[in-house]
Design a protein around this ligand. Structure first.
Ligand SMILES: [Zn+2]
Ligand SMILES: [Zn+2]
Ligand SMILES: [Zn+2]
Length: 186
């Protein structure tokens, strides 16, 4: 369903904006590889995860780093959202889906003359033919774009209805005078 992901999963947008693997606010040397779905704050380390006054009893997600990108284990995220159309990557024998797209300028669609499948949103190449998106970010973005197109279409049909409501008498008068027919809305 369109636009469903962000409304169903309020933590998804904050998660996609979170910076991982920086130093934790608790000054521990452990990497920030956790995100709390209840607090939706910044990323935190393992010490904070088990801290008695921080996220005990909260639902947290662990991220993993692969090829300098951050992803979630398919095994854990698929319980929360459908990731079957997102390109999975194997990392230490488990499958990951990346959180964010790699870069905006990645529009290569051929490698050595061989056509490769691309992410529907950012154009990043995909290795898996059944995938549509390179990352969770692109899947979310595609939903937002569909929603905006639908809003635009509604706007267009409203202005057409208005055009049809133009008084037919004034329309005929103008036609007789030979005035060029022009919509008053443009
Ligand atoms: Zn910490
Ligand atoms: Zn928390
Ligand atoms: Zn993409």
């Amino acid at each position: 369903m369109v636009g469903d992901l962000l409304s169903k999963l309020p933590w998804l947008k904050p998660l996609l904006r979170t910076k991982f693997y920086s130093s934790c606010e608790c000054n521990s040397a452990k990497p920030c590889s956790f995100f709390c779905r209840d607090c939706m704050g910044s990323a935190f380390c393992e010490d904070c995860l088990y801290h008695p006054h921080k996220h005990v009893g909260h639902q947290s997600l662990r991220v993993y780093k692969s090829s300098s990108r951050v992803g979630l284990r398919v095994k854990s995220i698929r319980k929360l959202m459908d990731v079957s159309d997102i390109q999975p990557y194997t990392c230490n024998s488990s499958k990951l889906v990346y959180l964010n797209r790699k870069g905006r300028n990645d529009h290569v669609n051929r490698i050595n003359g061989r056509k490769v499948d691309k992410c529907e949103v950012c154009g990043h190449e995909l290795q898996c033919y059944s995938s549509k998106f390179c990352s969770i970010e692109c899947k979310v973005q595609s939903e937002i774009e569909v929603e905006e197109t639908e809003k635009e279409e509604v706007g267009i049909s409203i202005s057409i209805t208005r055009l049809l409501q133009v008084d037919p008498n004034s329309f005929r008068k103008r036609m007789r005078k030979g005035t060029p027919l022009r919509s008053p809305f443009f």
